[in-house]
Design a protein around this ligand. Structure first.
Ligand SMILES: [Fe+2]
Length: 258
């Protein structure tokens, strides 16, 4: 059974692990720092959502552990490919599993717990939830996916507003006016958009708008609303008719659920 001591172990392990990626080169260090901060903020967000649910101590610890490990593949990804774009490099969740097996970081957990952590990391960035009868796995995965989205939106909306800017955020996409029709259609159909249809920074912003259709907990809707994520993304987009319709669709869905 997972305990507080395990939690402390993973937190210390993470601090030790990331040290090797500090290079002294500003461009690399600021990109690495982005994901270190993201990881710590996702821990904070997952605990915030967890506090609104009736979780037992073990579920609480598991949530914090998966938040700590969920992007562990990001550091290798940046060092190998100098990008956080999975499309232009490789899937960072799969890389995360590689890192976990190479370092043996989760070996102290039971076999079942290891499998759960591996599966949660593997599925945290899929377009949709996998089918599973394992309620414990689904709960932890849903918590992580919501907390991850909340913090990514915090980071990108600050970036678009000119606060805490970081060049690694836009994945090397061109900042040109085009907008993918397929992404807009997904938003109008109240569905999460597909990363494969993303060609420009505008598409990336609209993809993030579409995340409102993939939220699992009432607290997450509340946070989306309180922090005005959709409106902030909208302010960073060209105000064409099609964009306005898409934003209306996302906002009406949010207001129905928040
Ligand atoms: Fe991730």
């Amino acid at each position: 059974m997972i305990q507080e001591a395990d939690l402390l172990y993973f937190k210390n392990w993470f601090e030790m692990y990331i040290k090797q990626f500090c290079t002294g080169v500003e461009r690399i260090d600021s990109a690495i720092c982005l994901k270190v901060r993201h990881t710590k903020d996702v821990v904070r967000e997952i605990l915030d959502i967890a506090d609104t649910l009736q979780l037992d101590a073990e579920q609480h610890c598991l949530a914090e552990i998966v938040a700590t490990l969920h992007d562990i593949g990001r550091f290798e990804q940046y060092m190998r490919y100098h990008t956080y774009s999975d499309q232009r490099s490789e899937d960072h969740a799969k890389l995360g599993l590689e890192v976990m097996s190479q370092t043996g970081v989760i070996n102290r957990l039971s076999k079942d717990e290891q499998e759960l952590v591996r599966n949660v990391v593997y599925y945290h960035n899929r377009a949709s939830l996998p089918h599973s009868d394992d309620q414990k796995f689904l709960l932890i995965l849903k918590l992580l996916r919501d907390a991850d989205k909340i913090n990514i939106l915090q980071v990108v909306t600050e970036h678009y507003a000119g606060i805490n800017r970081n060049n690694a955020i836009n994945l090397g996409l061109p900042d040109t006016p085009e907008i993918s029709e397929k992404i807009v259609q997904c938003i109008l159909g109240k569905k999460i958009a597909n990363v494969k249809d993303m060609r420009t920074v505008n598409d990336f912003k609209l993809l993030q708008v579409s995340w409102v259709f993939d939220i699992n907990f009432p607290r997450t809707y509340q946070i989306f609303k309180q922090r005005s994520y959709i409106d902030k993304l909208s302010s960073a987009l060209p105000q064409t008719e099609i964009v306005k319709h898409a934003i209306e669709s996302a906002n009406s869905f949010l207001l129905q659920n928040a």
